[in-house]
Design a protein around this ligand. Structure first.
Ligand SMILES: [Zn+2]
Length: 251
């Protein structure tokens, strides 16, 4: 069996035996599951590198059923994220999105890059609204890469360009004009300000700062996060568990 080298971020850990864990990781080649031997031993060098949301360069030995980590070199431990409950929870939410939406056979490099960059940005963020801004940028970009980009400016039924506040159908995944909106239930009102904000930050690359970045406050951030969380949640049959944890925090 061949070995391979890849960059990967740990997203979930399962116990395998007294000393070993299985770690689900998101790599540039997509999701991989690897056995991490001896990580539960107190002196294990691998232990710290196999913690949740650590990015490593790995040497992996391919196995019949499971691959095994031979070597791991930490690329980024996102240290400030690990010591902040909010940052860690949002980081885990992103990890869960990646694990739910990115099954095998997917060109994962673009997603790996935005996942890594967003963890880095969240780690360095110095306020709750900045954390939310980076999470929103990820949510928008992630959906675009998967082909579920959120259309906020044209009615998804008749194609008319929309003005002012609009209604978003969560089930159908798009905005609606007044005439077309009667046929749909489960709609959310999206005020013009929120629509412009999301359109602008969704257009740019993650590292690009926009004048809209400074318009975010906690209320706008949470409103947008909840809207995108619902939109994303409807695009899969699997429940995003971390989204529930984040919901409880907001009450
Ligand atoms: Zn319409």
């Amino acid at each position: 069996m061949e070995n391979f080298v890849t960059d990967a971020i740990n997203i979930k850990t399962y116990p395998l035996s007294e000393h070993d864990n299985i770690v689900l990781m998101f790599s540039k080649q997509g999701l991989i599951k690897c056995v991490a031997k001896g990580v539960k031993k107190p002196k294990s060098k691998l232990g710290a590198r196999m913690q949740l949301l650590v990015a490593n360069k790995l040497l992996v030995k391919k196995g019949k059923n499971l691959d095994t980590v031979c070597q791991a070199q930490a690329l980024n431990t996102f240290n400030k994220l690990r010591h902040d409950f909010d940052k860690l929870t949002y980081g885990m939410y992103l990890g869960e999105l990646v694990s739910v939406f990115c099954r095998e056979n997917l060109n994962s490099e673009g997603i790996y890059d935005i996942f890594y960059k967003t963890l880095e940005n969240i780690s360095e963020a110095n306020s709750k609204e900045k954390i939310l801004l980076h999470v929103l940028k990820f949510q928008l970009k992630f959906m675009q890469i998967l082909g579920y980009g959120l259309e906020l400016n044209r009615c998804m039924v008749c194609g008319h360009e929309l003005e002012g506040d609009v209604l978003l159908s969560i089930d159908e995944g798009g905005v609606l004009c007044k005439e077309c909106s009667h046929k749909y239930i489960n709609k959310i009102n999206v005020p013009l300000k929120i629509r412009e904000f999301l359109t602008e930050i969704g257009k740019r690359e993650l590292e690009e700062e926009t004048k809209y970045d400074s318009l975010i406050n906690e209320k706008v951030g949470i409103t947008c996060f909840n809207l995108l969380k619902k939109y994303i949640g409807k695009r899969t049959n699997i429940t995003i568990k971390t989204a529930k944890v984040l919901e409880e925090q907001f009450i």
